[in-house]
Design a binder for this molecule. Structure first.
Ligand code: ADP
Length: 166
């Protein structure tokens, strides 16, 4: 009996406001596991984002195109609105990809994974532990440091740092 070729699609959702080195690392590592990764840029954020959803889609796309670990892999960056499990199903994906930086993330992420599992038991959440050097990198801090004129070069790429300066 011939088995069908395995094909694993993951959805990596986030606000990416802005995309950080931590996000890029998670996408690169997820792409070692999944065949195709859909990076879903959230449009319906509770607070007004610093960058428009279109700007964030372009920003993430540019970074993944430029990165040696991701540029030749199969991925797409799309705006996303609505219920995540529905989006996962529409994209014929099987897993949600998330990053974990520490205990604060764990509490929230474990609840969210639980809610998503109740909504659709076929969708699994796959977690990647943040690299040591990215443990304290969060978009919120990057926005705050940039607004106060601080150096964000250890958190984001030069391209994103330039966009933040504008
Ligand atoms: P943030 O929490 O920085 O505003 P997002 O909401 O865009 O970022 O996060 C999307 C996903 O990426 C979440 O699962 C989050 O835990 C993960 N993530 C964010 N920053 C990092 C990082 N520095 N290292 C690993 N994972 C991260």
């Amino acid at each position: 009996m011939t088995k069908p070729a395995p094909w694993l699609t993951g959805v990596y959702p986030g606000s990416f406001d802005p995309v950080t080195l931590g996000h890029i690392d998670i996408a690169a590592r997820a792409l070692k596991v999944v065949d195709h990764l859909v990076i879903a840029v959230g449009a319906n954020m509770a607070k007004a984002p610093l960058f428009s959803v279109q700007a964030r889609v372009e920003m993430v796309t540019a970074e993944l195109q430029d990165n040696a670990a991701t540029k030749d892999k199969s991925w797409e960056v799309v705006p996303f609105d609505g219920l995540l499990v529905d989006f996962v199903q529409k994209n014929a994906a099987q897993v949600i990809v998330r990053g974990l930086r520490g205990v604060t993330d764990f509490e929230y992420e474990s609840q969210m994974a639980g809610v998503n599992r109740r909504l659709n038991a076929d969708v699994e959440t796959l977690f990647f532990m943040a690299r040591e050097e990215h443990k304290n990198t969060a978009s919120r801090f990057v926005r705050e440091v940039a607004a106060l004129g601080g150096d964000v070069s250890s958190f984001v790429t030069p391209r994103v740092a330039a966009l933040l300066k504008k």
